[in-house]
Design a protein. Structure first.
Length: 208
């Protein structure tokens, strides 16, 4: 009798903790500015072009540092999962080309599209970003400098960067991540417009 009661109590405690977590998460989502992006046009009142460019990039930073992007741009060889960005379970690694180690490729589990019944995200070229494109643990200013650096960004000029974020299916996945995952802030189109406006204003980076 006693162990049964104990486990019932433990079960109840778990349930309560779960509810508290869900409540905390929804409160988080409701925070002003948390899940939205300011439209690029709303920055036109900043007269100084450099300041405007920096402000545009800071707004982009909301997306770049979001778990939907960050989980695939880790500093280690291991992707991360979920909004709390826990290390990927099971242990998988980047491998030589971002597609995983021989014998345990990403495509062993990740299909061509999201598989909602099991909560597994998917895409036609699911892979981990190269180490040179790691954003995890970096400031928005550092990510900005790195993003512009053609030695680290896959030899992309600004036009190619804008093209990448507006057409690459892994980037676009961030706004349709499947059931149970919070999408990146704003919309893909708003993010693309912010980056275009940032490029058009000289692609300035925040000071720190
Ligand atoms: C499933 C993994 C995955 C997700 C999710 C992902 N990326 Fe990436 N990202 C990659 C890979 C792989 C590359 C390298 C592609 C290449 O160079 O052709 C990359 C490269 C990039 C680049 C090129 C330049 C650079 O220095 O990083 C940008 C910009 C980028 N991603 C933006 C994003 C944004 C914004 C999001 C979220 C909305 C995102 N990514 C989500 C895997 C991912
Ligand atoms: C053995 C199966 C398996 C392999 C292999 C695998 N994954 Fe996963 N992955 C999963 C499952 C299951 C989930 C969903 C669980 C979750 O998000 O909590 C997941 C979730 C993810 C997420 C989380 C997305 C998000 O934002 O929440 C990323 C990123 C990811 N995998 C990247 C990769 C990459 C990159 C590879 C290859 C290097 C890979 N995975 C290989 C099973 C696998």
């Amino acid at each position: 009798m006693r162990p049964l009661l104990l486990s019932a109590a433990a079960g109840l405690a778990l349930c309560l903790a779960g509810t508290a977590l869900t409540l905390a998460q929804s409160a988080n989502q409701a925070q002003p500015g948390g899940a939205t992006l300011r439209p690029a046009a709303s920055f036109s009142n900043i007269a100084n072009q450099r300041d405007r460019s920096v402000a545009l990039f800071n707004e982009m930073g909301k997306v770049l540092t979001h778990p939907r992007c960050m989980n695939c741009h880790p500093v280690s060889d291991r992707p991360r999962q979920g909004d709390i960005r826990k290390p990927h379970e099971p242990l998988v690694v980047r491998g030589k080309d971002g597609h995983g180690a021989p014998g345990l490729h990403c495509t062993t589990c990740h299909g061509k599209q999201n598989y909602d019944p099991a909560g597994i995200p998917g895409d036609g070229h699911w892979a981990l970003a190269p180490a040179s494109m790691a954003w995890e643990g970096k400031t928005v200013a550092q990510i900005c400098e790195q993003l512009k650096d053609q030695n680290r960004n896959g030899s992309r000029d600004l036009a190619a960067l804008v093209k990448h974020v507006t057409t690459d299916t892994l980037v676009l996945w961030g706004w349709k991540p499947g059931k149970g995952r919070q999408p990146a802030p704003g919309t893909a189109a708003e993010f693309g417009a912010l980056m275009q406006a940032w490029a058009d204003t000289g692609a300035a980076c925040p000071a720190s």
